[in-house]
Ligand binder design. Structure first.
Ligand SMILES: Nc1ncnc2c1ncn2[C@@H]1O[C@H](COP(=O)(O)OP(=O)(O)OP(=O)(O)O)[C@@H](O)[C@H]1O
Length: 231
């Protein structure tokens, strides 16, 4: 699904302008880094795409869905097609690895046999099948993030939104996660990844969209993390 933001502004009460007149088109299957200083609006932009945040002005369309006037039913259909990964993993600590991932499909009402099969496949893909009976606190940070990614992609979404997915990881583990996210993109998912990780952005060159004070100030096809040493 193509993602299109036109003239998106978000003003939080009473007067914090988190996004200002953002125009952005992300074709289906593209990989985009979202960079910019803390507070520049990266998370807010992603949250407008999941429609957790509704813009004060402007329009967002994702595929055939126009998010401003989307019905409840369409919104839940739409959200099934968007996987989300966060910096702090957000796993359920009282469920084991398998259950954390299977849970997503169970709430969609999928038959138990299919849940088992799909969960098994995705855990294999992120190389965690052998750890399926462990609980999140028993896993390393990188393993927890792989569970979170498995959970995000188990329903084969067309879009993956990753908000600082390597923020809590060392460089080696961050690279593993990066390669996993790139492999998901290579299979066809559109990926939008907010990051402060200069090394990854410069090592795995992709489109870079930079925000400053809620505005898009740079959009480069194969950009670097920063221009002329300043950001
Ligand atoms: N729910 C909210 N209510 C009020 N202000 C908010 C809310 N969410 C975000 N903001 C404000 O909007 C601005 C942009 O925040 P946002 O989290 O999008 O930035 P960011 O670029 O993701 O930052 P970081 O790199 O630190 O994650 C900030 O000034 C923030 O305080």
């Amino acid at each position: 699904m193509d993602i299109r933001l036109s003239g998106v502004t978000k003003i939080f009460h009473p007067d914090i302008t988190a996004l200002e007149d953002v125009y952005l088109e992300i074709p289906k299957g593209e990989f985009v880094y979202l960079v910019g200083p803390t507070g520049s609006g990266k998370t807010t932009l992603m949250r407008t795409i999941t429609r957790e945040v509704v813009p004060s002005r402007g329009q967002i369309t994702v595929g055939a869905f126009s998010l401003r006037k989307i019905s409840r039913m369409d919104l839940s259909l739409f959200r099934r097609d968007v996987g989300v990964v966060f910096q702090d993993f957000c796993l359920l600590p009282h469920l084991n690895v398998f259950e954390n991932v299977a849970f997503v499909l169970e709430v969609l009402g999928m038959p138990a046999r299919e849940v088992k099969e799909r969960t098994g496949e995705v855990l294999d893909r992120v190389n965690l099948w052998r750890r399926r009976f462990l609980y999140p606190p028993q896993l390393s940070g990188g393993e927890q993030q792989r569970v979170a990614i498995a959970r995000a992609i188990v329903n084969s979404p067309s879009i993956l939104l990753a908000d600082e997915p390597t923020g809590n990881l060392d460089l080696h583990t961050a690279e593993e996660i990066m390669q996993l996210i790139l492999s998901i993109n290579a299979l066809g998912a559109t990926v939008l990844m907010a990051t402060h990780n200069q090394y990854l952005v410069d090592a795995y060159r992709q489109r870079v969209v930079e925000l400053k004070m809620g505005r898009v100030v740079r959009d480069e096809t194969r950009g670097r993390y920063e221009i002329d040493g300043e950001l």
